[in-house]
Write a protein that binds this ligand. Structure first.
Ligand code: CDP
Ligand code: MG
Length: 137
């Protein structure tokens, strides 16, 4: 078993797609080990995405991620990091495969509905950024 960190981003929450996305997560066999709705401040979003601080999209990305509530989750499954990224699809919804969440719920590369950790080290950092140990069952 492996754990990964996932976000239903503000665009998906705004369009009331969170329930459908959660149903797809559970339908794909992930166990939801922790879940909370939060509204990140701009500095909190900047801390979360610090690896991208030198990218041209950093300002827009952190504005977007602090633009409204999102749902942060710990998902568990065999090979969860890869499985969750496969279910999300490519970063750009226009390039995401049919049947992926970003294809179905994302509007553009900067409004792409979901986030997922890309490696065990980032999953550990990202889970720890939002969840205390006692919240992770
Ligand atoms: O989220 P993912 O790991 O697939 O992509 P990333 O390369 O780690 O980029 C993080 C996030 O930045 C993406 O999910 C997009 O929301 C955003 N982004 C953007 O707005 N414009 C880009 N050219 C690239 C990424
Ligand atoms: Mg990434």
């Amino acid at each position: 078993m492996q754990r990964t960190f996932a976000i239903i981003k503000p665009d998906a929450v705004r369009k009331q797609a969170a329930g459908q996305i959660l149903a797809r997560i559970e339908g794909a066999g992930f166990a939801v080990r922790a879940l909370r709705m939060i509204h990140m401040s701009k500095p909190e979003a900047e801390g979360f995405y610090h690896v991208h601080r030198d990218k041209p999209f950093f300002g827009g990305l952190t504005d977007f991620m602090s633009s409204g509530p999102c749902i942060v989750m710990c998902l568990e499954a065999p090979d969860a990091i890869r499985q969750w990224r496969d279910l999300m699809g490519a970063t750009d919804p226009a390039k995401a495969a049919p049947g992926t969440l970003r294809k179905d719920f994302g509007a553009s590369i900067d409004n792409n509905a979901t986030h997922g950790s890309d490696a065990p080290e980032t999953a550990a950092f990202e889970l720890g950024y939002f969840f205390r140990g006692m919240e992770l069952r």
